[in-house]
Design a protein around this ligand. Structure first.
Ligand code: CA
Length: 235
């Protein structure tokens, strides 16, 4: 893909996960957040419908058997309301007829459980591409571009290889130029730690990312906010 032709993208992909199996829900949340998505999770169908109709999501991952309200009924109501948000059904073994019904009701895809996160991320990327082309997929700052779909990072045309943590760190900062993130917030976002690990983990990773994107120390894209944390420079 030619990331150079990508249009500017200034927000992250928002995913709603409606899944009552908490282990699956938290595994999905963690995996998608690591891949740069913003994730809301709820465990009940009625709450899921409420969120789906009151907030804006780029994609909804919908379990079928749910307390409160089942997934197919949610999907049916969304489509009746002309809500075209892409929906991927998370189906359990033996739910073949529900899968078929779901697709007939307007689901964009389905994924049988159990699944791998990479597979889920690939399906999400595919429905997003179908829904919106590639327009929403590229974060751009000067000659630094980050394609959220292909995870391709380029600086001045040269490819930059980032690990998944480094990628999550960069996209977290880059998604909100000018916003200061504390080390604790970055730890939560990138490592899913809800406590201060008491190390200089974040600083080490920021240094690595700066080096890899060839950040100019005199005018860095990733700025240090002394005593607080880091922010991506607003261009
Ligand atoms: Ca379920």
């Amino acid at each position: 893909m030619d990331s150079g032709s990508g249009k500017s993208y200034n927000r992250r992909v928002k995913v709603l996960v409606v899944e009552d199996e908490k282990k699956i829900a938290s595994f999905v949340r963690k995996g998608l957040e690591e891949r740069g998505f913003v994730v809301d999770v709820c465990h009940r169908g009625d709450e899921g419908y409420e969120l789906a109709t009151t907030r804006r999501y780029d994609v909804i991952l919908l379990d079928i058997m749910l307390p409160g309200r089942d997934g197919l009924s949610i999907l049916r109501s969304l489509r009746e309301k002309k809500n075209t948000v892409p929906v991927i059904l998370l189906t359990a073994r033996g739910e073949l007829s529900e899968r078929v019904e779901g697709l007939n009701l307007g689901a964009d895809d389905y994924l049988p459980k159990p699944f791998f996160l990479d597979e889920l991320a690939a399906r999400i990327h595919a429905v997003l591409r179908r829904a919106s082309g590639d327009e929403l997929s590229v974060l751009q700052a000067g000659d630094l571009s980050v394609n959220l779909l292909t995870r391709e990072v380029r600086r001045g045309g040269a490819a930059v290889e980032l690990t998944s943590r480094e990628f999550a760190l960069l996209t977290c900062l880059m998604n909100a130029p000018g916003r200061v993130f504390t080390r604790t917030q970055l730890c939560e976002h990138v490592w899913n730690y809800h406590h201060d690990p008491g190390t200089n983990l974040v600083d080490v990773y920021v240094q690595r990312v700066r080096k890899k994107i060839n950040d100019d120390p005199d005018q860095p894209l990733i700025e240090t906010v002394r005593g607080v944390g880091y922010r991506f420079r607003k261009l």
